[in-house]
Design a protein around this ligand. Structure first.
Ligand code: HEM
Length: 489
């Protein structure tokens, strides 16, 4: 009796599943993707996804092709694993949206504020403003180089004083250095590495960044009720950041605002808000919200994240034989590197390109959304579908890169030693929403990397572990905490 009961129940469940699939299953003109038992009612393929989603998407691309779909709870994902397709999609207005996810909706009040996660007129207005502002404050010019070099010098001094045997925490020092640069631009303050306010601010930023994950908590409505969900953590850290730091900074800036002489990003923003309101113009500007998006920058430490033992030896060898030899030959040791040296430091530049490829700091890009029903590669893409470019997958595609898992900067040099920049290298994404901080990030990476290697040999702590290859995936793929020794050359 019991057995019959169970058999009937299973048959009924199967029948219910097939009826559900027939009624709500995905139409056949969508890109292919996991189906059947890997796509369950309500949760879709969430149970079949792993923490290293970028690697799993690469495996699925081998089965389903360069464009495939995945159902994540109520959200339809379209994953692109081909550089040409990413370029085509991201150059089009119909793919320039951001998806309605728990985090995006909470953070932008329904995609209405800021740059990073907003869409439509708000995004356009804020993106244009941010680009102009970054340029006015010197991005790509000498003033920005001077700001970066100020922080480089501080870092070099700190590394020299660190305990040479136990090593220094790479994430900590480098993260603080690059965050100090963008923070001086936004807040108009120069923060030191041991400033308790700045340390607390960065800790909060880091906790927030870790909570921005592509997991179930971002896609299932109502999940914030669960005490330990990432979305709930995101809300807590974001509210802390907002009340303890942004609102205070904005209030302080408002109190001493001189619209004729704006000193930093917040001043320019407030001045623009006042101007627009005086002119009676409708505006999507809203003081504090957008600042966060400009601060996701402390990932340059990837530059120094090196991997597995064999690879570690190759990297040490490469740095000595090519990068440090080139730095000594072109610059010498009596002055620090500058941006003008880039053109003559081709091995150094090739090394940085290889680091951007291998580390793929933002492995799944920042998800886009289709703002209306459209087509791509002959498939139908419904309005609201989430578009995820697998940048990590593209950077590790064996059809594009020989031995993609190896560290081989020479792949970016031709037989005459000239630098090659393949258009399949997309660490900053591409198209209408490409990273607005690319130039700043590249300049920081170059100046920090060249200056540190000019002065130090970097080796693992005595008897300590070699940094691990695998990273921790949130919005970015960050290396697990690791230490290095900086030995003056
Ligand atoms: C190694 C450093 C960095 C990497 C790898 C990186 C990568 C990216 C990627 C992949 C995107 C997504 C683009 C898309 O939606 O298709 C992005 C967007 C963005 N990045 Fe960066 N980024 C870096 C540093 C910076 C810096 C220094 C800033 C600020 C000055 C910045 C500001 C932004 C903003 C505001 C967006 C949103 C653009 C939009 O939605 O229109 N990023 N970045």
């Amino acid at each position: 009796m019991n057995l019959i009961y169970w058999l009937v129940l299973i048959v009924l469940l199967l029948a219910a599943y097939y009826v559900w699939n027939a009624l709500y299953g995905l139409p056949s003109d969508l890109p292919p993707g996991p189906s059947g038992w890997t796509r369950l009612p309500l949760i879709g393929s969430l149970l079949s996804t792993r923490a290293d989603l970028h690697v799993q998407f690469q495996e699925w691309a081998k089965i389903y092709g360069p464009i495939f779909h995945v159902q994540m709870a109520t959200k339809l994902f379209i994953v692109l694993s081909d550089a040409k397709l990413v370029k085509e999609a991201f150059s089009r207005d119909d793919f320039a949206g951001r998806p309605h996810t728990n985090i995006n909706d909470y953070y932008t009040e329904d995609l209405k504020y800021g740059v990073l996660f907003s869409q439509g007129p708000a995004w356009k207005e804020n993106r244009r403003f941010s680009l102009t502002c970054l340029r006015d404050f010197g991005m790509g010019r000498f003033t920005m180089e001077a700001k970066i070099m100020e922080e480089v010098t501080v870092l070099l001094d700190i590394l020299e004083q660190e305990d040479r045997h136990s090593g220094f925490d790479v994430h900590n020092h480098l993260g603080v250095s690059v965050s100090a640069i963008i923070s001086s631009l936004v807040f108009g303050k120069h923060f030191t590495h041991d400033d308790p306010y700045f340390v607390r601010f960065l800790d909060c930023m880091n906790r927030l960044a870790k909570a921005i994950t592509p997991d179930a908590s971002n896609f299932i409505p109502g999940i914030s009720l669960l005490p330990n969900s990432n979305f709930r953590k995101f809300k807590t850290h974001y509210n802390e950041l907002k009340t303890d730091f942004y609102e205070e900074e904005i209030a302080e800036h408002k109190a001493r605002l001189d619209t004729e002489n704006p000193r930093d990003f917040i001043d320019v923003y407030l001045t623009k808000m006042i101007e627009l309101r005086k002119a009676g113009k409708h505006t999507t500007f809203s003081g504090w919200r957008r600042q966060v998006s400009l601060l996701h920058t402390n990932h340059i430490h990837q530059v120094f994240a090196v991997k597995k033992h064999r690879m570690w030896q190759r990297i040490v060898w490469w740095m000595k034989l090519y990068v440090q030899e080139e730095l000594d030959r072109v610059i010498g040791r009596s002055r620090l590197p500058c941006l003008n040296d880039q053109a003559s430091l081709l091995y150094t530049q090739a090394t940085l390109l290889e680091v951007f490829r291998r580390s793929s700091v933002v492995p799944l890009g920042v998800f886009h959304a289709a703002v209306k029903e459209t087509t791509l590669a002959g498939y139908r893409i419904p309005e609201g579908a989430i578009i995820g470019p697998n940048l990590w997958g593209i950077h590790h595609d064996p059809a594009l890169w020989q031995n993609p898992n190896e560290f081989q900067p020479e792949r970016f040099l031709d037989s005459d030693g000239n630098l090659m920049k393949p258009d399949t290298l997309l660490p900053f994404s591409t198209g209408l929403r490409a990273c607005i901080g690319e130039l700043l990030a590249r300049q920081e990476a170059f100046l920090f990397f060249a200056s540190v290697l000019q002065k130090f040999n970097l080796v693992p702590p005595e008897g300590g572990p070699v940094p691990e290859d695998s990273g921790l995936l949130s919005l970015v793929l960050a290396p697990k905490p690791y230490k290095m020794r900086a030995i003056v050359r």
